[in-house]
Design a protein around this ligand. Structure first.
Ligand code: GLY
Ligand code: MN
Ligand code: MN
Length: 462
């Protein structure tokens, strides 16, 4: 945890921004994997962590803005809990850790919320993403599951986003730690990529490194020869010399701040001429996008700039033609770059995605597009100092998509469909790094991680 004062100040600011009513924040519960007592690893809700820092299941909080009262709700440990899990703190000891002095049983939640209702208070809650929370809110408010989502408080969402978007120095330092561990994972990924090993074997080592560093993986490891599949997961596939691996993995620290890096490299260990050409197009696009990072620029425009760089490169490869700007404005690049250039990062790898991408990555004046390609751009808004984000251009050769567009003759003024055959088995390439937006520009988080063709080829395999 950070110091108690940080959590108190965060809650003070939240109360001030929300202005009135009752704020209900639910912590996460354990979730059974194959039966109740065999649970997935516990992950606390990130907003709950942000405002309370309490990293255990079975908690909820009520912040009464009108009366300036904060209550932590939880269940006192039973003797059975102690027998199975060891000595447990009382709810009031837990609450004291975050500067709260009023506690109640979790079972009192419904009654307390109903009392507030009876007094005419507005009750604010965030959109739930877990079934248990949906059910709990549905029971408390006596509304359907669909209504639970609809009635989430936009005022509270906006207030939380306004705070969590700007990372403090302590948060940046945590993210930096996460990126440093992620760097080590990527060096290992390149070094362990040898013929005969399976994707799972290497991915397991990477996951273990995140755990050994004291935290966990920030998201499931992507380590695959099928890099064209955007979020592909490792299989028992045996690696062959010269295959191109796309590895996207990152650690989160014990305090749950994330890192999110991608490197693309060949198994033992020279790029083919074509792999090198494609890779260097992506690298150039990443460099151009990073160079443009500064407060005041819209990330949507940085995304477009990266897309134009990709199109320029694809023109040199012979896959695209015509004016790059025009190609991008018509969405032709999306045949090869179907997703967005990056996203906010913090306590979540896609920071605050549960609160809604429109609120996190866009603004009242900038609405998220529904067009193929742009609909996956999670961040479009003007950048501000204190934002932490990823930059992650890529080129992905998806046979089914190429076939579909070709059959439709889609945007054929920009695409040389007759040249695509050679790329059906290429896979994909992505390069991803993490940045803090500063007053004057940007700062790379972690240490620079190798990414030139020469450096990747020179790194010894083990
Ligand atoms: N690791 C998921 C992403 O890059 O967005
Ligand atoms: Mn990412
Ligand atoms: Mn990633």
């Amino acid at each position: 945890m950070f110091s108690i004062d940080i959590y108190k100040e965060r809650r003070q600011l939240l109360k001030k921004t929300v202005g009135s009513g009752l704020i209900l924040l639910l912590g996460n519960e354990e979730v059974g994997m194959n039966y109740r007592d065999n649970t997935y690893h516990f992950r606390q809700d990130s907003t709950f962590l942000y405002f309370f820092g309490l990293d255990k299941p079975g908690l909820a909080a009520l912040v009464n803005v009108d009366e300036d009262v904060e209550i932590l709700l939880g269940n006192e440990p039973t003797i059975d809990d102690i027998v199975w899990m060891g000595t447990q703190p009382s709810v009031s000891d837990t609450a004291a850790l975050t500067g709260i002095h009023q506690v109640d049983a979790l079972s009192a939640l419904e009654t307390l919320v109903k009392k507030s209702f009876a007094k005419g208070q507005t009750v604010h809650y965030l959109p739930p993403y877990r079934a248990q929370a949906v059910i709990k809110l549905s029971e408390i408010f006596g509304i359907s599951y669909a209504e639970v989502q609809e009635r989430a408080s936009v005022k509270l969402i906006k207030a939380v986003v306004a705070q969590r978007s700007y990372k403090s120095a302590q948060e940046v330092s945590e993210i930096n730690k996460a990126v440093l561990v992620s760097n080590e994972m990527h060096l290992a990924a390149i070094r362990y990529s040898k013929e005969g090993r399976t994707e799972k074997y290497v991915a397991g080592i990477l996951e273990g490194m995140a755990l050994s560093a004291g935290g966990n993986i920030a998201y499931p490891v992507i380590y695959t020869v099928n890099g064209q599949t955007l979020h592909n997961h490792p299989t028992q596939n045996q690696l062959k010399k010269g295959q191109l691996i796309l590895c996207d993995c990152g650690a989160e620290t014990a305090m749950h701040y994330a890192g999110d890096l991608t490197r693309t490299f060949p198994v033992e260990q020279k790029f083919t001429a074509l792999q090198k050409e494609v890779y260097e197009i992506v690298l150039k696009a990443e460099e151009a996008a990073v160079d443009a990072l500064k407060p005041g620029i819209r990330f949507l425009d940085v995304h477009h700039l990266a897309c134009e760089q990709l199109v320029d490169g694809l023109k040199q490869l012979g896959l695209m033609k015509g004016d790059a700007q025009e190609a991008v404005s018509q969405g032709a690049h999306a045949l090869f770059f179907q997703c967005g250039l990056g996203h906010m990062m913090g306590l979540d790898v896609h920071d605050m995605e549960d609160l809604g991408e429109q609120y996190v990555g866009y603004s009242d004046d900038l609405v998220k597009s529904k067009e193929f390609g742009l609909k996956s751009l999670r961040l479009g808004r003007e950048l501000e100092a204190g934002f932490v984000l990823t930059v992650e251009p890529g080129l992905y050769f998806i046979p089914e998509l190429m076939d579909m567009w070709q059959a439709q003759g889609k945007l054929k003024d920009f695409i040389n469909y007759d040249k695509l055959a050679a790329f059906r088995d290429f896979g994909g390439a992505r390069i991803e790094d993490n940045f803090l937006i500063t007053e004057n520009g940007y700062q790379l988080l972690g240490e620079p991680l190798i990414k030139s063709v020469a450096d990747i080829e020179a790194l010894g395999r083990i």
